[in-house]
Design a protein around this ligand. Sequence first.
Ligand SMILES: Nc1ncnc2c1ncn2[C@@H]1O[C@H](COP(=O)(O)O)[C@@H](OP(=O)(O)O)[C@H]1O
Ligand SMILES: [Mg+2]
Length: 393
Amino acid sequence: MDMATLRVSSGTINSLPLLTKKTKPHFFLSLRAFKSTLKTASMSYDKDLLLPRMLLLSLLVFVKKSKALLQADVIQSDRLHVTVADYEELDSASFSLVAEEDSGDLRKEEGKETLQRIMKLVNETLASDGTYGNAPLYEEDVLAAIDSGRSEGVLHLGRVYWILLTEGGPSGQHWVLDPIDGTKGFLRGDQYAIALGLLDEGKVVLGVLACPNLPLSSLASNNLQDDQEKVGCLFYAQVGSGTYMQSLDGSMPIKVHVTDLDNPEEASFFESFEAAHSLHDLSSLIAKKLGVRAPPVRIDSQAKYGALSRGDGAIYLRFPHKGYREKIWDHAAGYLVVAEAGGVVSDAAGNPLDFSKGRYLDLHEGIIVTNQKLMPALLKAVKESLNEKASSL
Ligand SMILES: Nc1ncnc2c1ncn2[C@@H]1O[C@H](COP(=O)(O)O)[C@@H](OP(=O)(O)O)[C@H]1O
Ligand SMILES: [Mg+2]
């Protein structure tokens, strides 16, 4: 096999609720953001990782996560034209290649037209990208690629390359991808993020976060009117090089820093919008102990890490309900974005996050994020609050 092997751990492909008219534009918006994410990642860290390959792989994962939408649209032939037109408009390298997890529908008579359209798009894309050589792919290659991806976790994209979906771990390089982080926010039309991290020997060395709905101006800004309407931020951080933010439509990147606030009374804090994802009563107890006056800012996804990295808020608290295990793709990119902006990310006992253990993070209680100055007071408040909670049970 002369092709590069890429290992990726990514969010499990949950079946997403059917996307509606309201959320569909977000799907395509996030796809664009997704492409920016990958482009940025490859520019910052392109060794032999080859953007086109990442793009193909990532689109696959992304598309799979949105499987419900695609199945509904691709299979219902009366809506087919709209859907394929959407893909074309996106000018997306081989988006359609991976539109189905299982080739069954494409092999049927009704799927024929879809398959032909997919083939056309795929081959046009490959032809316009010299990386893949000149030979076109045949229908069987594509169908087999789709099927092998499903059955073995190994995707054989025709004659192009192989990708392994793995668990991550302490050695080698692993891309960590969450194609739509904050699914609930995405479906509500609120915050969500496309999060891509790169692990090298168990450490996060690259983090890119696209937040298509995050205002370019600070969430803390009083001057919300005009600026708040401008949304779409891309954060990226490479280990040792700081964190940068630019608009998703391509403004000049600016270096960002966490707040240098040292008085917790003036701090504001982020937490999950979803009460099911984090204990709101515990964070409110911690905030009270710290003397925080502002109410919590509840937003979905790793957009919280992005917002914190540019000083919109000073603290992010995340305390999952008992038994939940945090996944690396929900934190890898965000962690580096904050760390490179001068922030500290730890578990509730102050231990650094360890991304080398595979898909899960081993955490004491939860995740806390803030700047260096506030961390000692925060740790103290967290410890006291956890003790109080334990003794009240
Ligand atoms: N019970 C739970 N406790 C904590 N996190 C959970 C959870 N159930 C799901 N999540 C994770 O929380 C992520 C969203 O985080 P947030 O609450 O900050 O928006 C989800 O990512 P996805 O939306 O990618 O599935 C999911 O992985
Ligand atoms: Mg997620």
